[in-house]
Design a protein around this ligand. Structure first.
Ligand SMILES: [Zn+2]
Length: 158
């Protein structure tokens, strides 16, 4: 009887070891959730790594007119500039284009009963916000990259 129990215990341990392998960093230096939790504040983690949304008009940059480059707060990749930022009065920093196509990537998001296009950092795959188009906005692309302040770090132009 005790031998059987030992066998069972060993099998369970074996399975646990197997699962642990998948928890290691993936290809391309991707970080685990645990690593992100250590590097980011809880608010940053919730938005960047859990696709959360900060409350409108509460973020650092929704009303900012400072000239500079907006970097990914998770990895530092340059994503947007003040040159494409515009006042949308939606309560989040809004841009009509990224710094360069390829710096962000797009994911079709049908969660929460809406049909939206999610915007992520192409470098570290962190959630930034959503992009909307065809709203009749007076800007060159008629697009609105609606980005969470907490996903960005503004580096003012010197
Ligand atoms: Zn990033």
């Amino acid at each position: 009887m005790s031998n059987q129990l030992n066998d069972q215990t060993n099998k369970n341990l074996g399975t646990a070891d197997g699962d642990a392998v998948t928890d290691q960093p993936g290809v391309g230096g991707a970080k685990t959730d645990q690593q992100w939790r250590e590097e980011l504040t809880p608010a940053e983690f919730d938005v960047l790594r859990r696709s959360g949304t900060e409350r409108p008009f509460t973020g650092e940059y929704w009303d900012s007119h400072t000239a500079g480059v907006y970097k990914c707060r998770a990895c530092g990749a340059e994503l947007f500039t003040s040159g494409e930022k515009f006042d949308s009065s939606c309560g989040w920093p809004s841009f009509w284009a990224p710094l360069a196509e390829g710096n962000v990537r797009y994911i079709h998001d049908r969660s929460m009963g809406m049909d939206r296009v999610e915007v992520r950092c192409a470098n570290c795959d962190s959630h930034l916000g959503h992009v909307f188009e065809g709203e009749g906005l007076d800007n060159p692309t008629d697009q609105r990259f609606c980005i969470n302040s907490v996903s960005l770090t503004l580096v003012p132009a010197s």
